[in-house]
Design a protein around this ligand. Structure first.
Ligand code: ZN
Length: 301
């Protein structure tokens, strides 16, 4: 074997190693498949095409939750990851308001993109991400897309009354985000400690489904023991009201107060609450009413 041949082999091996190191360190690239490229410009509700795409288990969770809320029997994700309802008249139970909202998202002229952001410290449960405007350089294709960023892991950290936890499950949180993305509703309300416009809509869905209604948008944060044997930790609490069976909803209806809570550190998303509380000016009377350690917005911005 000549010295020249050994030198060439050594240089080639070194180049291969450098290439492999580069490949490992490179971030996952968005899908460049030409078919999916066209689908980026399709409106409706779809799975993300990039590294934040929901896996099969997460897509099933979303589908089961939305089926239960809407009652749609023939709801599915198609092969490209778009949410479809094959027969809109085929529903069992479910909420009229949830059906209207989901169909408005599917039929809308914009895209709603579901993304998975598990174990994120920035996201508590879910939030609406930044809108993106895309236009094709050669054709007149364009689309506005709103991501719904979901932290599936956070739902494992909910404690409290089982009915309240059921009223704050993945499906209700996604419906809340659709209220932002599709109906343009906000979390703000002129009334202190109220649920806000998005949650007012979602509470309508809860009422139709007979589950407790959320009482305020902002969660109370205080130091609490999550379990009797554990140390005090920063804990967020949300309250819900259940109208007793047979009673009509209203001020005279007999109700039961329920709560759910979570450890702030485990779920994350705290910066969202502080951003919210900074934007909302506080009156002296509001501050006086603030008995807990701090008042922040809940996590599903
Ligand atoms: Zn919100």
């Amino acid at each position: 074997m000549s010295l020249r041949f050994i030198l060439i082999v050594t240089v080639c091996m070194a180049l291969i190693v450098v290439c492999l190191i580069g490949a490992e360190g490179r971030p996952v690239q968005p899908v460049t498949n030409p078919q999916q490229h066209q689908q980026i410009y399709q409106p409706g509700v779809r799975n993300s095409f990039d590294e934040h795409a929901l896996n099969a288990k997460e897509m099933n969770l979303v589908l089961n939750q939305l089926r239960r809320k809407t009652g749609f029997v023939q709801m599915r994700f198609d092969d490209a990851g778009f949410l479809r309802v094959d027969d809109r008249q085929d529903f069992v139970g479910g909420s009229v308001l949830a059906r209207k909202l989901v169909l408005a998202a599917i039929d809308g002229k914009n895209a709603v993109v579901l993304q998975s952001h598990n174990c994120s410290q920035e996201i508590g449960f879910a939030r609406r991400g930044y809108e993106t405007h895309s236009s094709h350089w050669r054709t007149d294709l364009q689309i506005i897309a709103t991501p719904i960023e979901i932290d599936f892991d956070d739902f494992k950290h909910l404690h409290g009354h089982s009915e309240a936890i059921a009223a704050f499950d993945l499906g209700f949180v996604i419906l809340h985000e659709l209220c932002h993305a599709v109906l343009g509703l906000s979390d703000y309300s002129a009334k202190l400690n109220s649920a806000g416009n998005c949650e007012n809509y979602v509470n309508g869905i809860r009422r139709e489904l007979g589950v407790p209604e959320r009482q305020q948008y902002a969660a109370n944060v205080s130091l609490k023991k999550m379990f009797s044997f554990s140390p005090s930790v920063e804990t967020a609490t949300l309250h819900f009201l259940q109208t007793k069976p047979g009673r009509r909803h209203g001020s005279r209806a007999k109700t039961k107060t329920l709560f759910l809570r979570w450890e702030v550190q485990l779920v994350g998303g705290k910066s969202d609450y502080f951003a919210f509380s900074k934007r909302k000016p506080k009156l002296d009377s509001e501050i006086a009413q603030q008995k807990s350690l701090s008042q922040v917005t809940s996590r599903e911005e």
